[in-house]
Ligand binder design. Sequence first.
Ligand SMILES: *[C@@H]1O[C@H](CO)[C@@H](O)[C@H](O)[C@H]1NC(C)=O
Ligand SMILES: *[C@@H]1O[C@H](CO)[C@@H](O)[C@H](O)[C@H]1NC(C)=O
Ligand SMILES: *[C@@H]1O[C@H](CO)[C@@H](O)[C@H](O)[C@H]1NC(C)=O
Ligand SMILES: *[C@@H]1O[C@H](CO)[C@@H](O)[C@H](O)[C@H]1NC(C)=O
Length: 367
Amino acid sequence: MRSFLFLSIVALSSAKPSRRNEFLHFLADHDFMLQDPPQNTTDIIQPQQTPTPQTTFDDLFFTCPSKCVCQIRVVQCSDAGLKSVPAKIPKDTVMLDLQNNRITEIKETDLKNLRLLYALFLINNQITKIHPKAFQSMKHLKLLHLSWNLLPQIPTHLPKSLVELRIDDNKIKKIQKQAFKGMKFLHVLEMSGNPLDTTGMEPDAFDGLLRLIYVRISQANLTSVPKNLPSKLHELYLDHNKIVSLELEDFRRYKDLRRLDLSYNQIKEIENGSLSFLPKLRQLHLENNEVKHVPADIKELMHLQVLYLHNNNISKIDVDDFCPKESSNKMTFYSGISLFGNPVKHWEIQPASFRCVSGTFGVQFGK
Ligand SMILES: *[C@@H]1O[C@H](CO)[C@@H](O)[C@H](O)[C@H]1NC(C)=O
Ligand SMILES: *[C@@H]1O[C@H](CO)[C@@H](O)[C@H](O)[C@H]1NC(C)=O
Ligand SMILES: *[C@@H]1O[C@H](CO)[C@@H](O)[C@H](O)[C@H]1NC(C)=O
Ligand SMILES: *[C@@H]1O[C@H](CO)[C@@H](O)[C@H](O)[C@H]1NC(C)=O
């Protein structure tokens, strides 16, 4: 297997977020997640811009809750065996870390005084219920991490100020109507690891998400590409699902996609034309499917740079499969195409098939 270069790329790009301490990593993550189109990230990492409340008599009694560590406006109560949100969290808290506890419910008044909160980490608890008014007083919350809980649906009345919502690895089967209503600042939505099925998403479920650019619904139960996600997406991750085919209409809406991950599905058929709606695509993951031919539209994707096709069922490659007839028409040459794990015999492929690939190690064959 001569896949040295690719292995590292694959390892990088498929690294699954594990149950690490999100709190310590969230800044680094932000750097990574939003590096592509970082239009408006500055407001995420400048909590000090939010107005400081006047100190009142009450504040004198809001000392640090027991089992928590409080530093200036940051309250950390992770791994503390908490069964509920502690009372008397200082009012001026901007970051609250409650991950790795045993909290089962967020009640109406649990977070009531935290009007200046901008990041809330509730990862890895046992939350089944969030009161519809729990976030009512929050006008600045930007990051909400609810991963690894037991939520049966997207909580209603999420703060409209959210920029990033992570609600992966819960028990969500359906996305209800208008689930994200009014959340026009949301950039990042991570919903992987839920038993979500394509038919469980109401047609208007994602309405209102005007700025959403990153969606991940990996490791769910999708049998086809969802057609009702917001149209401005730059990155869409649907790997490890049960998608069997790509149809003409699937991507018509997502003309701005730069990165598309469909790896680890059961894709056999790719309808001619279906990928031609993605003129800006730079990276396409189709590895570990059952694809029989290089998709017909690939040669029309003038910006495509990285194409993963390994571990499929491709037995033949034609000279014009990857490159336009005039390779000078291709805006950016490929930096990598992975083909190992296919029945194609690489010595039968004409070298000219790769005339629009740059570099010596741009194409990876082998078993
Ligand atoms: C960021 O958002 C503000 C409005 O909230 C807008 O005026 C500005 O142009 C945006 N910046 C970029 C780089 O998109
Ligand atoms: C996923 O879908 C299959 C049917 O395609 C169903 O039998 C299974 O229970 C679903 N899994 C989950 C976790 O919902
Ligand atoms: C795909 O469609 C294009 C344009 O409609 C056509 O030229 C091409 O021959 C088709 N390719 C296949 C493999 O059907
Ligand atoms: C691969 O394709 C061949 C026909 O080209 C087919 O007979 C075989 O069943 C396919 N294998 C898989 C794993 O889909």
